[in-house]
Design a protein around this ligand. Structure first.
Ligand code: COA
Length: 264
């Protein structure tokens, strides 16, 4: 993997990966270069999986997770460039979803526009007390382009999603928790990262293979009818009976011992 990313920092601790978007002077706004780096990082990750149990995605500094797509660069775009930009941003969101490990968005401060959309592509969101969420694109004469019109509704439901998209209003961490956008609120960024790390460690006690399949079925199920989704679930449920982890997990329960999973 290329290690000389300009706008990304990556480190591993206790088998947990920490990916930090590092463009603090612009509140971690997403320009083309930032998105290309994210795409390259995640593609590499998929082709050469790392020995980690989960990924925590956060923004550099205390003030902002990601303050959106870069407005200065969008102001210069035409239709063709706009399409390429949305395609690139959406590719990044698909790559987060394609990772077989859990990904937690650790939202420190602003998660606006493209930042909110990146957090929606993660499996779930933990946030600091100063977190603020919005899809403010209509204030700029735009609409969300990195999945906001589709994924927000899946997460918080049709009516809240429409109100957020039509008003562009910023909501605080408490409200985000109340409407189910955020799972947990922490006081400081250090506590935020620690809570996310603990949850990844908790998940790591389970079968990593089963968690990966559950993630895939839940993500793919979003695009299907209920009957198709249930068929997908049934097929993957059946296929998992061939896995080592399933045999070990059920046997360990019967033998009243802790399971020793291998992730296959
Ligand atoms: N795109 C490009 N640059 C951005 C940005 C974005 N989305 N968000 C913040 N920045 C830049 C600012 O231009 C400023 O750069 P400068 O120091 O070179 O002037 C720097 O980040 C700091 O932001 P600033 O506006 O000075 O901070 P603030 O605390 O006064 O306000 C926000 C913070 C988040 C309220 C404000 O930056 C904002 O409204 N940003 C745009 C949010 C948005 O609409 N995002 C969705 C885009 S689709």
């Amino acid at each position: 993997m290329s290690t000389n990313f300009q706008f990304l920092k990556y480190e591993e601790k206790n088998q947990v990966g920490f990916l930090t978007l590092n463009r603090e002077d612009k509140l971690n706004a997403l320009n083309e270069k930032v998105l290309q780096e994210l795409r390259e990082f995640l593609e590499n990750f998929i082709h050469e999986p790392k020995p980690i149990n989960g990924l925590i995605f956060t923004g550099a500094g205390e003030k902002s997770f990601i303050a959106g797509a870069d407005i200065a660069s969008m102001s210069e775009m035409d239709e063709k460039k706009g399409e390429a930009f949305a395609t690139l941003g959406q590719q990044v969101t698909f790559l987060f979803e394609a990772l077989k490990i859990p990904v937690i968005a650790a939202v420190n401060g602003f998660a606006l526009g493209g930042g909110c959309e990146m957090s929606l592509a993660c499996d779930f969101i933990y946030a600091t007390e100063n977190a603020r969420f919005a899809l403010p694109e209509v204030s700029l004469g735009l609409i969300p382009g990195f999945g906001g019109t589709q994924r927000l509704e899946n997460v918080i439901g049709r009516n809240y999603a429409r109100e957020m998209v039509y008003t562009g209003r910023m909501i605080n961490a408490e409200e985000a928790l109340r409407i189910g956008l955020v799972n947990k609120i922490l006081k400081t960024k250090a506590e935020l990262l620690q809570a996310a790390e603990e949850t990844i460690k908790e998940i790591a006690q389970k079968s990593p293979y089963a968690v990966g399949i559950a993630k895939k079925v839940m993500n793919n199920g979003n695009d299907l009818t209920i009957a198709e989704g249930l068929r997908l679930e049934r097929e993957r449920f059946a296929a998992i009976f061939n896995s080592y982890d399933m045999k070990e997990g059920t046997k360990a329960f019967v033998e009243k011992r802790k399971a020793s999973f291998k992730g296959k």
